[in-house]
Write a protein that binds this ligand. Structure first.
Ligand code: GDP
Length: 289
């Protein structure tokens, strides 16, 4: 579900999150592997306020495997612990409590040194809408947890879910807003469905997808649309024309014509966006480290 965020919402979501995190040992930040930067909320670091953090790259099945490894390496070089997951099938989920447990070693040792028995690792999953928070919580819980709306302020009594013998997870995710200011980020979010495409120009999103695919996944593009040759982008003003020609070609192949033989660009755009989201173009990543 996508919603509009207003300053009041954001302030409230932030306040709620800061409050929640007081009871938490480990903050689990979830991102979409196809857009690992665009799907991060810039405030997580501030909100997590020094608590150990685990970055989960979710939807690995939808992303380019090589790019995902590059991203993992990139984040790890920055000192971030990364875990790769496919919440839909459960891949990577069973080892998650262990990854969390490692992050609480220092805290547990401190408590043990003072003669206390440490409680289970309390974790919270947070992230922007559509990254798969609910799917992952359901996976970890082994059952369907009632979903609250993707709206700050809509609350239900929170409960802890026991996951394995070492971890307890809050059953409601922390929902943060996506970044808005960078147009490139907006395109990534719209292309993956994390924000409403109506917020952006439909054709612009398709154009962005086509350009990215042409750059990094030429074979997938040629195969999907049965294209004999593909233009080479040179980073000059000519690229725009080449992309429009490619749009035309895909339009013709798909019968997206209006009266007078003109290409129906809205329909071509719709096809490209739909194909990307349903993985007809293959598992494709949209940003690189
Ligand atoms: P939330 O808004 O962050 O709670 O996201 P949801 O859990 O509602 O997931 C958003 C969409 O992504 C749903 O259609 C899920 O089925 C899908 N999804 C979640 N995780 C994965 C994953 O790892 N792989 C794939 N292919 N789809 C996923």
């Amino acid at each position: 579900m996508t919603i509009q965020w207003y300053p009041g919402h954001m302030a409230k979501a932030k306040r709620q999150m800061v409050e929640k995190i007081k009871q938490i040992d480990v903050v689990i930040e979830l991102v979409d592997s196809r857009i690992p930067l665009a799907s991060r909320n810039p405030l997580v670091e501030e909100i997590a306020s020094g608590k150990p953090r685990l970055l989960i790259m979710n939807k690995i099945d939808m992303a380019d495997r090589q790019a995902t490894q590059q991203w993992k390496h990139f984040f790890e070089t920055e000192g971030v612990t990364v875990h790769l997951v496919n919440s839909q099938t459960g891949q990577g989920v069973s080892t998650l409590p262990d990854a969390v447990h490692k992050l609480t070693a220092a805290r547990r040792k401190k408590l043990e040194d003072r003669g206390f028995r440490p409680h289970a690792d309390r974790a919270l999953i947070l992230g922007i809408p559509n990254v798969g928070k609910s799917t992952l919580i359901n996976r970890l819980a082994g059952k369907k947890i009632a979903k609250i709306g993707d709206r700050p302020g809509v609350t239900k009594a929170q409960q802890w879910i026991k996951v394995g013998s070492t971890m307890e997870l809050l059953d409601t995710p922390g929902i943060l807003w996506p970044k808005f200011d960078d147009p490139q980020v907006g395109l990534c979010l719209a292309a993956t469905g994390a924000i409403k495409e109506e917020l952006l120009d439909f054709q612009e999103i398709a154009f962005f997808l086509l350009k990215t695919t042409l750059h990094h996944y030429r074979q997938s593009l040629a195969d999907r649309y049965n294209l004999d040759s593909l233009p080479e982008l040179t980073g000059t003003g000519e690229d725009q024309d080449k992309l429009v020609q490619l749009f035309d070609e895909i339009g013709k192949k798909r019968g997206c014509l209006m009266s007078g033989g003109y290409i129906d660009y809205d329909r071509v755009s719709e096809i490209i966006i739909r194909d990307y989201r349903s993985q007809k173009l293959g598992p494709l990543t949209l940003e690189w480290p």
